[in-house]
Design a protein around this ligand. Structure first.
Ligand code: SF4
Length: 62
C-alpha cells in the first residue's frame, strides 16, 4: 500500500500523525507520509486514518 496526501486539502489538524506516528509526520503546516510503502502491520491504522481525516486528504494507492 502506498499513500499520498493532498497538500491543498490538508488542514494540518495532526489527527493522522497522532493516530499513526510511524507513518505520518508534520512538515510545516501539512502532514506528509514518511514511508515509501506502508508495512502490513500498519494498514489497519492507515485505513482508519483515511476514514478519520476531516477533509479526505489521504489517498490510498494500492
Ligand atoms: S488528518 Fe487529514 S487534514 Fe489532518 S493532518 Fe492528516 S491529512 Fe491533514
Amino acid at each position: 500500500m502506498k499513500l499520498t496526501i493532498d497538500k491543498e486539502l490538508c488542514t494540518g489538524c495532526e489527527l493522522c500523525v497522532s493516530s499513526c506516528p510511524d507513518i505520518f509526520e508534520m512538515e510545516g503546516d501539512v502532514a506528509m507520509v514518511k514511508v515509501e510503502v506502508v508495512p502490513d502491520a500498519a494498514q489497519d491504522c492507515v485505513r482508519q486514518a483515511v476514514e478519520d481525516c476531516p477533509v479526505t486528504a489521504i489517498k490510498i494507492e494500492e
